[in-house]
Design a protein around this ligand. Sequence first.
Ligand code: COA
Length: 186
Amino acid sequence: MTTQPVSFQTERLSLRPFSFGDVDDIVTYAGNPEVSRFIPSIPRPYGRRQAEEYLSRLTLMEWDSRPTFAILQSDRVIGAIDLNVRAAHGTAELGFVFGHEHWGQGLATEAGRAMLGYGFGRLGLTLLTARSDIRNKASHAVLRKLGMEQEGVLRGRVVQHGERLDVAHFSLFKGEWMAALKARQS
Ligand SMILES: CC(C)(COP(=O)(O)OP(=O)(O)OC[C@H]1O[C@@H](n2cnc3c(N)ncnc32)[C@H](O)[C@@H]1OP(=O)(O)O)[C@@H](O)C(=O)NCCC(=O)NCCS
């Protein structure tokens, strides 16, 4: 099934595909070393050129294989959330990032819930996964709030900003997500 780029709203956020007009907002959040601390794919230093390259890479990818949403609040892009889809396996890896000044308000959990709905619902995926640096406690808290279970830790799997790191892996099956939704509604 081919899916087209979409936009949607959550209680406090708008999610839509990125556009080249978002460069300055991307630099604002991704250029903060606190934000890139646990994300190997965000180069340092990070400026307009890096943000433009990121947007160019997105335009080269099929939406189906890498749905990537800009997250907006009050018309400013404050973060991003994406799924790295492996359609043949019915799986996708979830990734998310928010500007530092927006942390601690439950926004990643809110956007993450919307992405579970998109991945399991609209895309019909069977399993969503996520991985993050074992020191990234905020990310792990978000993944647990989304209902994901930690499956294990891969030792020394990633070199990030010059350091070799252990990476925690999380996952959630569609059936588990649906059961949790049902339990919340009853
Ligand atoms: C991870 C990130 C997206 C979280 O965003 P957020 O909007 O602050 O997340 P939420 O507010 O929904 O939830 C954060 C949770 O982490 C918890 N938390 C934050 N720092 C923590 C710490 N040092 N130790 C333990 N828990 C922590 C918060 O208490 C909260 O849990 P609670 O609601 O149960 O109290 C944000 O910190 C970020 O953008 N980090 C940089 C990018 C990144 O690491 N992305 C993840 C890569 S997989």
